[in-house]
Design a protein around this ligand. Sequence first.
Ligand code: GKR
Ligand code: MG
Length: 431
Amino acid sequence: MIGPKIKELKVTPIAITDPPLLNSVGIHAPYALRTVIELITDDNIHGISEIPGNIEIDRLLDQSRAVILGSDPFQLNKLKADLFERFGKDEQDTRGDNPWDNRKLVHVFSALEVACLDIQGKICNRPVVDLLGGRCRDQVAFAAYLFYKPKGAGGVFGYDVDPNATGWDAARQASAESSEEIVIQAKSMCHKFGFKSIKLKGGVFHPEVEVDTMFQLSDAFGSKVPLRFDPNGVWTVETSIKYGKQMEDILEYLEDPTRGQAGMAAVRKALKIPLATNMCTTSFEDIPSGIALSSEDIILSDHHFWGGLRESINLGKICSTFGKGLSMHSNSHLGISLVAMVHMAAAIPNLTYDLDTHYPWQSEEIIVGGRVKFEDGKVAVPREPGLGISLDYQALERLNQNYKLCGLTTRDDTTEMKKFHPDWSFKPIRW
Ligand code: GKR
Ligand code: MG
C-alpha cells in the first residue's frame, strides 16, 4: 500500500514576550525563543509542533529535510534511524550546565515526531492520545510555577509594564523579590488558573530567604496544597541536606537541590522527602546509573528533551518498573507544546503529579482560537483528530517578525543578567 509522503517541512523561529524571571543562571530575556515546525504531506495534510528556539537546532532541522522529505509519516522508527545515521548521536556533554537541555538531535526528532503524530491522527481521524495507547484521563492537571522577578512584563518595551493591567496580568508584571510578593503572585496565579499544586523556582537568593518563602507559602495555602521547590542544582550536598531537612514537613518533593546523580543520592539518603529531577537523570543513558545510585524518586520528563511523546511514554514504563514517579518539566512555551504535553500525559497511567508549565507567564498564542483554557488547574484532552489544534498564520507571522527584530538567536540568561549586574557570573554551585 502506498501511503502519504511528506512533501514539505517549514521551520519558523518565533520570539514570544517573556517576563524577567530569575533563576540560578540569570534572568529571562524580554523574549523567549520557540521554533514552530510544519510538515505537509503530498495530499495536503498538515502536522505541527513546537520546540525551544535555538538557531543551531533550526539549522539541523533545515538539514533534516534531506531525511524527512519523501518519507512516510507513520514510519517513525525508520525516521529516527535515518536521522541518527545521517547526523550521529547527541553526546551527553552537549546537554550543557544550564537547567535546560542543549542537545540538538533529541529536539529535532521530537519536532518531527509530534508533527508526524498530528498527521497520523488526522489520517486515522483520531486524537494523538489514541495513537499513544488511549486516554487514562480526560483532563491533565498542572501546577502553579512561581518565579522571583523584578517588575516587568518583557517584550518590545523591554521590561515595561501595562498601567491598565488587572488581575493575573497585573501580578505577572509586578515584582516578586520578597517572600510576601511571591505569596501574592501564587494567590493571583492560582485564582486565575485554578492550580492545586505550587512550585517555586529557587537558586536565586540565599537559601534562608527561599526556605522562608516556602514556609510563607505553606502558611498561606495550608497542607492540602502540595509544594515543590527547585534551586536547579546550585546547592552543595551539605546545604541541600541542611535546608532540605528544614522543609521536610512542608514539601511534596525537592527538585534538583544539587548537581549530579552521586550528589543527589547523598542528599536523598539524608532526607525523608522525595527528590525529583530534570537535571541529573536526563536521558535513557542515565537511567542505569540513576537506578544503581538511587539518585531520585521522580523523573521530570520533557518530550522536547527525551526525544518525543512515545519516548516519554517509554520513560513512564521504566519509572513504574523501578518504583519511580513521573511528571513533566517545562520552559517558556506556547500552546502547541502545551497541547502535545496534554495528549502525552493523558496516555501515561502512572502520571501522578501535577505537571509543570510556564504557560501562564506568556500572553501570546499562535493557534486558532487563542490561548488554551485551564479549568480548575486542568486542560481538557482534545477529542479532535491529531493534536486538535491548527496554526493561526497571522499570529505566526507576527511572532516571526519579533524574532527577526529582537536580535536573539539562542537562550542566554547569563548574558541577559549581566545587563543588570555587570559582575554577574554563572556558578554551577553557588551556596
Ligand atoms: O525557565 O528559568 C526557567 C527555568 O529555570 C527552566 O529553565 C528550567 O529548565 O523549569 C526548569 C526546571 O524545572 O529546571
Ligand atoms: Mg527543575
